[in-house]
Write a protein that binds this ligand. Sequence first.
Ligand code: ADP
Ligand code: MG
Length: 254
Amino acid sequence: MAAISIKAIEKSFGETPVLEGINLDIAPGEFLTLVGPSGCGKSTLLRILAGLEAPGSGDVLIDGRKVNQVRPADRNLAMVFQSYALYPHLTVGQNMMTPLRLRDLSFAERLPFAGPLLAKSKYKALWAQVAETAKILQIDHLLDRKPGQLSGGQRQRAALGRAMVRKPAGFLMDEPLSNLDAALRIHMRSELAELHRSLATTFVYVTHDQAEALTMSDRMAVMMDGNILQLGTPDEIYNNPQDIRVAEFVGAPK
Ligand code: ADP
Ligand code: MG
């Protein structure tokens, strides 16, 4: 069964159609890239998967279950944005703990002044999960820093850590590397691919960068003007493009 199934998704903003009937099955553990030029509808499709945007028509199924009515927080998918959206006033460790507090603590325990209400053992259990995740991402020495005291790459990892800590069934990533400088971006590509291998989790990865898609994906869906023009492995897409627009896009020099 597909981990994520997209069935006949259409979406318009006002009179303008943005997605024109998208069908796509994403396999469990797959690294699937949505790639295409700016404005083709990638982010809109990802936001519909996350539940942040409602489709005009069509269905999204996660593990075979229709989730049209399921709230974003209950979809068990983690979203990582291009702008890392870390809380600037919290440390990396506190940022990473936030999703666990929301999931595992009662409302009273979650209040900022609830220190005494929160049993030490509970706090320790949550902190252990944060520390474990931080270790995987090699940011365990940064847990006491605030986002303003981090480099771009470290902030990126902290945002990933916050997304990972709940052990979601899948990751939705919208251009997560595009704010990094070129050298770091290339370095983080292999780190993300490595992370994907070690987690064995489904990744849906949005990028406008064809080189990024070609190097990282199991399969890539090339989108243009609200449609998927071709779906296949990087090898199939690059060596056997089925459409002149696909050939022009993936063959363009970087
Ligand atoms: P991509 O991520 O591929 O660059 P988007 O999904 O962000 O593309 O946008 C696809 C199209 O939908 C663009 O023309 C964009 O201007 C439009 N669009 C996206 N979000 C909105 C919105 N909230 N309201 C109106 N138009 C939007
Ligand atoms: Mg976008």
